[in-house]
Write a protein that binds this ligand. Sequence first.
Ligand SMILES: Nc1ncnc2c1ncn2[C@@H]1O[C@H](COP(=O)(O)OP(=O)(O)OP(=O)(O)O)[C@@H](O)[C@H]1O
Length: 477
Amino acid sequence: MTLARSNAFIYSDLDWTLRQQFGKAAFRPQQKEIIQAALGGKDVFVQASTSYGKSLCYQLPAVVDQGITIVVSPLLSLMMNQVEALRTAGINASSLNSTTPLGEKDRIYKDLQTGHPRIRLLYVTPELCAQPRFRDRLTVVYEQRELARIAIDEAHCISEWGHDFRKDFKRLSWFRESFPDVPIMCLTATANAQVRRDVLASLGLDGDSDRMKIFTMTAHRPNLHFEIRFTQDEDDRRLDHFLKWIRGVFERRAAQPRKAELNGERIDNVPGIIYTISRDECESLASQLRSEGVGAQPFHAKLPKEIKEQTLAKWVSNQPGYDIIVATTAFGMGIDKLNVRFVCHWRLPKSFEGYYQEAGRAGRDGNAASCFLYYSREDRDRVSSMVMRDRNLPGSNFEARAKSLQALVEYCESTNACRHRMITRYFGERDTPVCDYACDWHKDAADLQKRFLRGLASEEFVSTQRDEGLYEVYWED
Ligand SMILES: Nc1ncnc2c1ncn2[C@@H]1O[C@H](COP(=O)(O)OP(=O)(O)OP(=O)(O)O)[C@@H](O)[C@H]1O
């Protein structure tokens, strides 16, 4: 619609806009092609690794194109983070969701009602997209030919085959039905071929192959170092291991010449995230770490909003005492902190995709970062019992969840393959990624085998306990 008018002008200006408005020197591979396809009026599906720079793929077109771009995202933290960054760059961006103050809501609705909104990027939740008030205002904008594009972030949430299905995402088919000529862009870091097909079909984007451009980049993150640490209930030394590891990192940072490279940075500022599975463990672990002199803070859904905001702000700005966040799942999604040096999974997560997305919070600056997961067979059975328990809930997509957890367990129990290779294979890639000693198998396969044999409880033991119902737990996140 609005696009054909000025493509020649737009295309020649992309590099300039990238530099001037976004302060980046050059496009990353394929970014420009994605942006050009979007500006050419195509529907676009972007699958690229965590920290690739997917947001730029809809933000830059929104800046150079006429009209408003609607960005649908389930992550409130992403909205706040991005709107703030865009405003700092002088771009008119806003977000509309259940937490938006009334005055701000009115301002946004008034802007939409004009039919020619000043806002260039409006971030909304999928729930909001179902509300008649929003739909009516957007229709006004559409009728004025000012609705430039719809971007759907975390698009895997549309698919019941995805690990994170949200039923409100299904209703987004309304966009194509109501605004048939408005281009739609879908973005995700974690989709396999089945999820991708399902997303496109659900949104009504699968009918016209000339109109659709699919970009699939590797999920590979070569700077992340993957390791599994084996443990068991009877001999749980996770805390000792962790403390030994982090103190080792401090010692290496304190030694010359490394210290000189830090340029006055605090020795113990090694930003990281520890993912736990329950609120109680999150609180107690953070407090144990603090009592050992490590700057750790808890973060979970039940903490007061002000505390969460304060913790996040201090962690992002590397304040003493706020180096490590001990969080329940999904913390950090949409938060673009570049220098996270490690992500530690204290227990087995519930899905492969969830695990890889959370690990993907590490090393967004491209420098080396560690991702390690403490795996025990007891936790495997606890997590399985939780997935089983939810199997009959509406929209539980049990089959997909069970498959994903099974794949993660196989990944953890594997001692004969590169972890990067297992990850990319899970996401359907055929090529073998380069792993420059960035996984425990490549580093020392014999040691991995030894740790595996010594570290885990035997299947016989675990099955007896399981039969007695000892792993049926309910953890609140
Ligand atoms: N061409 C570029 N040059 C330099 N930095 C870039 C470029 N494109 C994006 N970035 C930066 O890369 C970082 C990651 O981008 P972004 O937050 O969009 O990641 P993402 O692909 O959405 O990842 P995730 O799925 O993990 O959220 C940001 O700091 C962003 O500013």
